[in-house]
Design a protein around this ligand. Structure first.
Ligand SMILES: C[S@@+](CC[C@H](N)C(=O)[O-])C[C@H]1O[C@@H](n2cnc3c(N)ncnc32)[C@H](O)[C@@H]1O
Length: 283
């Protein structure tokens, strides 16, 4: 039984990190003309109203994307890091103007080109229907109401021979921590060149560290961890931060994030936040 709805959380601090990484990974991948396959295993509804009941109930966007001052963030920043923030800002700004926040499917669609293909998996019936209506006329996109964990391996490797995969479940089930590791390792086994972006919440620190250690033991090459925490760890009393585990990131991304994350931390933290950019396995 699925109860999670991303509309309560869209545009929060976790989305900022996730979508900053996503937009810049896709941007880098589109520097080559060859077509790209983008797979979103847990796509959500695609776009969210920031003035809707769900967003207003939590106020997470107000403490996230709506609290960001991009001018201050990029002032005096190394150009390649400022570019990374500017790309994210340019992708979300048209939506914010309409009091909307774009989910990963529409962000990816805005960066990708005519020759690229997007495959979006979403299981929740209501969010799947909204996803279909948000992506309807775009012929580059296939939406499937399906279990992303089960479906993803069969889609790889794609005919395009180049792939970016976002794994972004709701972690409603304890099993999610095990399933994301299994899926990321399976994708890497099937397609070593795939760029895999795996989002995780920091709620119980030991669950996160166990998950990361399990993935490292599967020995994917070129695995990185990017994390942004807005409070010190607690043990299970709500989300204190989030991170992205990335296999095969663009070589430019770790350096960009090393300069962006301290500034994002200062703007978004509630108290004593911190950030990490760590290489977990070699090439
Ligand atoms: C965190 S949200 C996705 C947000 C989206 N990726 C974004 O960045 O805008 C997780 C989504 O996964 C869906 N979901 C949960 N279990 C699933 C499964 N096994 N397969 C596919 N989707 C699932 C939920 O209904 C929810 O919409």
């Amino acid at each position: 039984m699925l109860s999670y709805r991303h509309a309560f959380h869209a545009g929060n601090v976790a989305d900022i990190l996730k979508h900053l990484v996503l937009v810049n990974t896709l941007h880098y991948a589109t520097r080559k003309d060859a077509p790209l396959f983008y797979l979103d295993t847990h796509a959500g509804a695609g776009c969210y109203a920031l003035n809707g009941d769900m967003a207003r109930k939590t106020g997470e966007a107000a403490a996230g994307i709506l609290a960001l001052d991009f001018t201050a963030l990029t002032k005096g920043l190394a150009p390649e890091s400022a570019d990374a923030l500017n790309r994210y800002q340019q992708a979300v700004t048209p939506f914010l103007a309409g009091q909307l926040y774009p989910g990963s499917p529409l962000l990816a669609a805005s960066v990708l080109r005519q020759q690229d293909h997007l495959h979006l998996c979403e299981l929740h019936p209501a969010d799947f229907a909204i996803l279909q209506s948000n992506t309807g006329p775009d012929r580059r996109i296939t939406c499937e109401q399906t279990d992303g964990y089960q479906r993803a391996p069969a889609l790889l490797p794609p005919v395009q021979k180049r792939a970016v995969v976002l794994i972004d479940p709701s972690y409603e089930r304890d099993d999610d921590y095990r399933l994301v590791v299994k899926l990321a390792a399976e994708i890497h086994r099937r397609m070593a060149s795939a760029q895999v972006l795996l989002w995780y919440p920091v709620v119980r620190r030991h669950a996160v560290e166990y998950m990361i250690t399990s993935l490292v033991h599967k020995q994917p090459r070129d695995l990185w961890r990017f994390e942004l925490d807005i409070r010190p760890d607690t043990d299970g009393q709500g989300m204190t931060g989030s991170g992205m585990l990335v296999i095969n990131p663009p070589w430019t991304l770790p350096g960009q994030l090393e300069r962006c994350l301290p500034r994002l931390q200062l703007q978004l933290q509630e108290t004593d936040g911190y950030w990490r950019v760590e290489r977990l396995t070699g090439e």
